[in-house]
Write a protein that binds this ligand. Structure first.
Ligand SMILES: [Zn+2]
Length: 106
């Protein structure tokens, strides 16, 4: 196996990364063992890599695992949101103004 140093967990920073070897069995014939899948997982927060048929590949997947950035609102989003609300209420006002004479009983 090629020497790839295991990177720490991208989520919690733990160095306690372990490899899981799952022997896939058919639930209808549990005595017959199927192929093995490998993945790495963090023993702290249980984040795991993609499951692969080869341990080397799962290691590469673990090392490429990056933190998914949390979407967060910044001032530009609030500006867009405010503009949207103002525009939407303006359009609604116009539509109501156009419709009002049609539904009026006078
Ligand atoms: Zn972790």
């Amino acid at each position: 196996m090629a020497l790839h140093p295991l990177k720490p967990c991208p989520f919690c920073g733990s160095q306690d990364i372990r490899r899981a070897d799952n022997i896939l069995t058919d639930k209808d014939c549990p005595n017959i063992t199927g192929p093995t899948e490998y993945y790495f997982f963090c023993n702290q927060c249980h984040a795991s890599s993609k499951r692969c048929p080869a341990p080397e590949a799962s290691l590469l997947f673990w090392n490429e695992r990056t933190k998914v950035p949390k979407p967060r609102l910044d001032w530009l989003d609030y500006l867009f949101f405010a503009t949207y609300i103002i525009l939407a209420s303006f359009i609604l006002w116009q539509v109501l103004d156009a419709v009002r004479p049609m539904i009026s009983f006078h």
